[in-house]
Ligand binder design. Structure first.
Ligand code: SIN
Length: 320
């Protein structure tokens, strides 16, 4: 049977336009539809080989403004397309700013049975579509090469010829084209002239594990989980203010170094925890994860997740 590749558009710089072609920062994100982006890519059909394709605009946002309502509809559309037997894989165009959060969220909520067989490949651009030298078209072609690869499954991110897992990817640069990194884990693969050179197998997806209950995504509002950073001179004021509002259900603390927390902030977090607020400890270090010693800490460990992903994990735990 002829298999389909589905492209879902969500906005971002890849769909952005500026007044001047030479302007790579003063643009407006999320201006062009995913269909327009695909039309402007030479050799897209060659890259797709025998696959037909379908394009759908799911949302149209600058990804700094990504929120629950957009995630809910994106997860729903992905789940729908993944479940179709004639769909091979899905490419999602997305802004770079919260791409790692969306990728991680999707890796946790989409059906494991389907992710074990198919891939959802998120891609992006650092320069707008109107740029003299846009990076979006090549990133889409690279994402297609990955989506077509027999070794690909699960949620992956492709940018600047590099393939990352949803678990490890982080945006680490505000401007350069190669803006993403997988930290200590390193990238999964490189895409070179349409060929995917795998360095590591895609992280396994346990098809027999229980799926995230989709019905929970429909509930409103989603649990409120905030991120607080520890730093020189940090106080407990923000934590106490959050608890006074009584809406906060969880706090992720981005600790210094090996997850250490300023004593004044730590006291306020302990008070919050005693009142039933879930507290998770991560580190603000870009690389590595908190190394937990023999003694159990006062706060739950983020299991190697950086603060933004630990926040999503806690939120989903509270929802499910
Ligand atoms: C966005 O994240 O939507 C804007 C920035 C980008 O895509 O690089």
């Amino acid at each position: 049977m002829l298999k389909k590749m589905v492209f879902l558009g969500t906005g971002g710089t890849i769909a952005g336009t500026a007044v001047e072609a030479s302007d790579n920062v003063g643009y407006t994100a999320a201006q062009l539809g995913v269909g327009q982006l695909l039309q402007a890519i030479p050799r897209l059909q060659q890259a797709l080989g025998a696959h037909a394709f379908l394009a759908e605009q799911v949302v149209q946002v600058d990804s700094k403004d990504m929120g629950w309502s957009q995630w809910r509809v994106l997860a729903e559309r992905l789940q729908h397309h993944l479940a179709q037997s004639d769909v091979h894989s899905i490419v999602v165009t997305h802004g770079t700013d919260t791409l790692e959060e969306t990728a991680f969220f999707l890796s946790r909520v989409l059906s494991k049975k389907l992710l074990a067989l198919k891939s959802v490949v998120l891609t992006c651009a650092m320069r707008p579509a109107s740029s003299l030298a846009p990076d979006g078209p090549q990133n889409v072609l690279d994402a297609v090469a990955v989506a077509c690869s027999a070794q690909a499954h699960g949620v992956l991110v492709v940018c600047a010829g590099t393939v990352h897992s949803a678990h490890d990817v982080q945006k680490i640069h505000p401007y350069r084209l190669n803006a993403f990194d997988s930290g200590d884990a390193g990238p999964l693969a490189y895409v070179e002239e349409g060929q995917v050179r795998w360095l590591h197998a895609c992280p396994g997806v346990d098809a027999s594990a229980a799926d995230f209950p989709q019905v929970a995504l429909g509930k409103d509002p989603w649990p409120r989980v905030e991120i607080i950073t520890s730093y020189a001179g940090a106080t407990g004021a923000t934590v106490r203010a959050l608890c006074a509002e009584s809406a906060v259900q969880g706090i992720v603390v981005a600790g210094t170094g090996n997850g250490t927390i300023h004593q004044d902030l730590e006291l306020a977090l302990s008070e919050a925890q005693a009142r039933g607020v879930r507290v998770v400890r991560s580190t603000r270090c870009a690389y590595g994860s908190v190394v937990v010693g023999a003694a159990a800490g006062a706060f739950q460990d983020s299991q190697g997740l950086p603060p933004v992903k630990a926040r999503i994990a806690l939120m989903l735990e509270l929802m499910a």
